[in-house]
Design a protein around this ligand. Structure first.
Ligand code: UDP
Length: 326
C-alpha cells in the first residue's frame, strides 16, 4: 500500500514513518517544516516541503505517487496556544484540512487515518473515557479536531471516504532514532528531561488544586511507538472496520507530580519543581479506555509503564541534548 503521511517530520509523524518503513509500506511525506525536522525523515523517501493547504500541489502528489491512503498528522497541536490564537487552529486544522480532503476527493483517494485528540472530550463526565463519551471540547484545539472529524463524517456519507480517527491521549517516549523535539517546548516530559540535563533550572507544575489524588493534572501517556503501531494496524484493517473513531491511550493515568518523580528515579537528577498557576484550557483528568481500540486493532502495548516510557525518552534526550540538528 502507498501511503502519504502529512506532518511526517513531526514527533509522532517521524515515528509513524519509521514504523511504516519497517513494515514495508511505500511512504511519501508532506511537511511544511514549521514544527517538523527534515532530518527526522530518511533522505531516500519522497519528501514534499509544502503545506497541506496547497490543494493543487497535494493533488499532484497524490496522483503522481499513486497514493492509496493518507495518514493525516499535520496540524496545530498546542492547547495553550489554541486559547490565545484560536484562528491558527481553525485555519490550520479545519480550513487547510478541508483543502486536503478536497485534494483527496478530486484524486479519488478513499482512505484516511486522522490524528485526533482526547482534547475533544473536554472535562470528562466519567473516566476512563470510552468511545461513547460525549464530546465537549474546552479548548480551541479540541474543537478544531472535532470539526475535522465531523467533516470526515460528511465525506463518508456523501463521497464514500473511509476513515479511522485515532484520538490520541498523551504521546510520549522515543525510539532509538526519533524523539520529541519541539522548537518551543511546552510538553511535560521533554521539559522535565531538559531540567534533568541542566538546560532549565526547574519545572513549573501548572496547578496544584485540581480534584485529583495529589492536586495535579492526570494524563494517560502512551508510548509513541505503540501509538504508531495503531496507525499501521488501522491502515491494514480499515477496509473491514472503518469508519471508526477510536481512543488511543494506555488506560492508566499519571499525575504531573508522579511523572516528575518517575523522571527523578530514572535520571538520578533532582529535577527541581515549582508550583505555578493553572494553564488555561487544561482538563483535570484525561484517561482512555483503550479496550475497543486494542480489540479492533489487535494491539498489545510494548511499553505499558510510565517508567519504561520516560526511560526511552531519557535515552533519546541524553544522546540528543539539543534534539535534531536542524
Ligand atoms: N504541565 C506542567 N508543566 C509543564 C508542562 C505541562 O505542569 O511545564 C502539565 C500540563 O498542565 C498537563 C500535563 O502536564 O496537565 C501534560 O501537558 P502536556 O503539555 O505535556 O500535554 P497536553 O496534556 O497538554 O497534551
Amino acid at each position: 500500500m502507498k501511503v502519504l503521511v502529512t506532518g511526517g517530520a513531526g514527533y509522532v509523524g517521524s515515528v509513524v514513518v519509521e514504523m511504516l518503513l519497517k513494515e514495508r509500506f511505500s511512504v511519501s511525506v508532506i511537511d511544511n517544516i514549521v514544527e517538523g525536522h527534515r532530518s527526522a525523515i530518511p533522505a531516500d523517501i519522497p519528501f514534499f516541503e509544502a503545506d497541506i493547504g496547497t490543494r493543487d500541489y497535494v493533488r499532484k502528489i497524490l496522483g503522481s505517487n499513486q497514493i492509496d491512503a493518507v495518514i493525516h498528522m499535520a496540524g496545530e497541536t498546542l492547547v495553550s496556544k489554541s486559547m490565545s490564537h484560536p484562528q491558527d487552529y481553525f485555519l490550520g486544522n479545519v480550513s487547510k484540512g478541508l483543502e486536503l480532503l478536497e485534494a483527496m476527493r478530486e484524486s479519488n483517494v478513499k482512505r484516511i487515518i486522522f490524528s485526533s485528540t482526547a482534547a475533544l472530550f473536554g472535562n470528562p463526565e466519567y473516566t476512563p473515557i470510552d468511545e461513547k463519551h460525549p464530546t465537549n471540547p474546552i479548548n480551541a484545539y479540541g474543537r478544531s479536531k472535532l470539526m475535522f472529524e465531523q467533516m470526515l463524517d460528511w465525506y463518508h456519507k456523501a463521497h464514500g471516504l473511509n476513515y479511522v480517527c485515532l484520538r490520541y491521549f498523551n504521546a510520549a517516549g522515543a525510539t532509538v532514532e526519533h524523539g520529541e523535539h519541539h522548537r518551543i517546548e511546552t510538553h511535560l516530559i521533554p521539559i522535565v528531561l531538559q531540567t534533568a540535563l541542566g538546560q532549565r533550572d526547574h519545572v513549573d507544575i501548572y496547578g496544584n488544586n485540581y480534584d485529583t489524588r495529589d492536586g495535579t493534572c492526570i494524563r494517560d501517556y502512551i508510548h509513541v511507538e505503540d501509538l504508531a503501531m495503531a496507525h499501521i494496524e488501522a491502515l491494514r484493517r480499515m477496509d473491514d472496520i472503518g469508519p471508526q473513531k477510536l481512543n488511543l491511550g494506555n488506560g492508566e493515568g499519571y499525575s504531573v507530580k508522579e511523572v516528575i518523580e518517575a523522571a527523578r528515579e530514572i535520571t538520578g537528577h533532582p529535577i527541581p519543581a515549582r508550583e505555578a498557576d493553572r494553564r488555561s484550557g487544561d482538563p483535570a483528568v484525561l484517561v482512555a479506555s483503550s479496550e475497543r481500540t486494542r480489540s479492533l486493532l489487535g494491539l498489545k502495548p510494548r511499553y505499558p509503564e510510565i517508567r519504561q516510557i520516560v526511560r526511552t525518552a531519557w535515552d533519546w534526550h541524553s544522546r540528543n541534548h539539543h534534539g535534531y540538528p536542524d
